[in-house]
Design a protein around this ligand. Structure first.
Ligand code: HEC
Ligand code: HEC
Length: 254
């Protein structure tokens, strides 16, 4: 049970070896941490971080992404820890989730990923498009959802193996549910990773949708120009009050 759980909920971010993915490699974690601390952290990492636990705070500073609360129970945490320990006793030479060296992405993969991300190409198994929940800053992609994080810089934040692992087997409950019976194919995962890598690398070249201060500046200048134009166009307008003229006319006609 521990192995199955580890594969489906932890392997996106951890190896049982020493390789770092999104989080630290977990080999020998029982030697460096107290057992009770491990069980608490695995079951409620969010609470440990919120409470300012020293180790959790230090780890978060180093790994930047907070480990999500995955709804793991104490019993599940125990069996996962047993599995991690046993995986390290049996030196099969193969550590689960070890990142494999990837060939550089091709242009076709980037384009496939872009089309899949925004739903121009349907996902083979019918899962929802990524931009129903996520947004990415890229000129070729129309605005996306804001239910989940903006993904423009996810590639530099989590690294290739981390992004690939998350898309391949999402550890986040909401996203996991969305693809539970409709998994992405290998080809789709590769394309999406390639697209996110490209969007990250080229973010400077693409207009953010939040124009912010620049748009405000243009607005102020534009308004001033328009006001100037109006006053020129109407320079021959009456300056006094219309009522006053009527009043004067009435008075003089008495
Ligand atoms: C979305 C990525 C992600 C998932 C999924 C995830 N973790 Fe983590 N984990 C992290 C990160 C990142 C850290 C480093 C601490 C932090 O930044 O919050 C961490 C830290 C840990 C630590 C502390 C390691 C140490 O050196 O003290 C343990 C133990 C751990 N995770 C176990 C698990 C287990 C077991 C699972 C599956 C139930 C799991 N994690 C799922 C990202 C993840
Ligand atoms: C049903 C909504 C939903 C859909 C659809 C969805 N995701 Fe997610 N995704 C989430 C949630 C929720 C998270 C958890 C982190 C957060 O709150 O952003 C997440 C996290 C991620 C992360 C990690 C972000 C980070 O900064 O840690 C990546 C990468 C990601 N999704 C990629 C994708 C891709 C690629 C697709 C399309 C195949 C996709 N997602 C479709 C909801 C979704």
């Amino acid at each position: 049970m521990g192995e199955e759980l580890f594969r489906t909920t932890c392997a996106a971010c951890h190896t049982t070896g020493t390789d770092r993915l999104v989080g630290p490699g977990l080999q020998g974690v029982e030697d460096r941490r107290d057992h009770e601390w491990l069980v608490s952290f695995i079951t409620e990492p969010d609470r440990m971080i919120a409470e300012g636990d020293t180790i959790a705070t230090r780890l978060l500073a180093e790994y930047i992404v907070p480990m999500p609360n995955l709804g793991t129970t104490r019993a599940q945490a125990e069996s996962i820890l047993d599995y991690i320990a046993s995986a390290n006793e049996a030196p099969t030479g193969e550590t689960s989730g070890t990142p494999v060296a990837q060939a550089p992405a091709t242009e076709e993969q980037v384009l496939l990923g872009q089309a899949l991300f925004q739903g121009h190409t349907r996902l083979a198994n019918g899962g929802p498009t990524c931009n129903s929940c996520h947004e990415v800053t890229h000129d070729a992609v129309i605005g996306g959802g804001i239910l989940a994080r903006e993904l423009t810089t996810v590639f530099s934040r989590l690294g290739g193996p981390g992004v690939r692992a998350i898309i391949g087997s999402p550890p986040f409950p909401v996203m996991q549910k969305a693809y539970e019976d409709r998994p992405l194919t290998e080809e789709e995962v590769a394309g999406l990773v390639a697209f996110l890598e490209r969007a990250d690398a080229e973010q400077e070249l693409h207009q953010p949708r939040d124009y912010g201060i620049k748009l405000f500046g243009f607005g102020v200048v534009g308004a001033a120009l328009l006001l100037g134009l109006y006053s020129l166009a109407w320079s021959g307008r009456k300056r006094g009050s219309v009522n006053q003229e009527i009043f004067d006319r009435q008075i003089s006609s008495i």
